[in-house]
Design a protein around this ligand. Structure first.
Ligand code: BG6
Ligand code: MG
Length: 267
């Protein structure tokens, strides 16, 4: 009897009571892919999932949407009024350059000097024409490629921001339906020095509370690549910027960023 009780006692020891629970736990763990065996593997996966970049700062014109043709038409009207030669090749030099900086490039071909007041009036008139043209933009001007990329970055917990020289950034974002899309918008309205100075990107990183080394800048202009690099940012370049030797990642389309940002483990 005692032996029987002893055996029963032995049978009902803590280990025995816990065994079914432990067994169930092991099975549940196998089902959800955790448990002691899987734990190390998952930790390793988690480590690989840690991203090198926690934020992406996008230039606007030529990256998120195309406004080149509107800039061209507006500047062309100003240049024609003054009898100054202007073509699309000269327009390409204006990418990433501030409004007044752009005017200075156009005036390289002028046959006379212009006063500061005349220059201000010309820049103001160009902007009036340009703003009217921007009124034609709609959410249809946002490509599927850009829209999907922004969505996937956000879903993956990557912060997104704008870093643009344009003072018309708020208008353009509204026209294409992205006025609520970004975690931060740094543009020509909140900076004193235009690209190639890094101010606009450093301000964007500051708004995001991120260090430059954790942010990837996306640019289409050489002035923008120079700005990013001098601010300590890595840079992905599209179009002309993809040819720049300083660009870290030459890309063909904006969705190429997903491979760079989402599949890159911490170094
Ligand atoms: C940049 C454009 O984004 O903004 C330049 O690439 C432009 O071409 C500059 O000159 C300033 O734009 P805005 O809208 O302030 O005249
Ligand atoms: Mg640009």
């Amino acid at each position: 009897m005692e032996q029987a009780l002893g055996r029963r006692k032995e049978k009902k020891g803590a280990e025995d009571w816990l065994r079914p629970w432990e067994e169930g736990k092991r099975k549940r763990a196998q089902k959800i892919g955790s448990g002691p065996g899987k734990k190390r593997e998952n930790l390793q996966k988690g480590k690989n999932r840690r991203m090198k970049y926690t934020a992406v700062i996008f230039d606007l014109d030529g990256v998120i949407c195309s406004t080149d043709q509107y800039h061209y038409l507006a500047w062309k009207e100003i240049a024609d009024d003054e009898g100054i030669y202007f073509d699309e090749q000269i327009n390409n030099r204006l990418r990433g350059v501030s409004r007044m900086g752009s005017l200075e490039i156009i005036l390289e071909r002028a046959s006379r000097a212009y006063t500061e007041d005349e220059k201000s009036a010309m820049a103001e008139k160009k902007n009036e024409i340009y703003r009217k043209l921007l009124g034609r933009m709609t959410p249809a001007d946002l490509s599927e490629d850009v829209a999907e990329t922004l969505k996937k970055l956000k879903e993956s917990g990557i912060k997104i921001a704008i870093g643009s020289s344009s003072r018309n950034t708020p208008v353009i974002l509204k026209q294409i339906g992205l006025d609520e899309a970004f975690d931060a918008v740094s543009d020509g309205n909140n900076i004193t020095k235009s690209k190639p100075d890094p101010e606009v990107f450093l301000t964007a990183a500051g708004m995001l509370l991120e260090d430059a080394k954790n942010c990837l800048v996306v640019e289409d202009a050489r002035a923008g690549v120079a700005a990013a690099k001098s601010g300590g940012f890595d840079c992905a370049g599209i179009g002309e910027a993809s040819q720049d030797a300083e660009t870290n990642y030459p890309i063909q389309k904006i969705s190429d960023l997903l491979k760079i940002v989402l599949q890159q483990g911490a170094e």
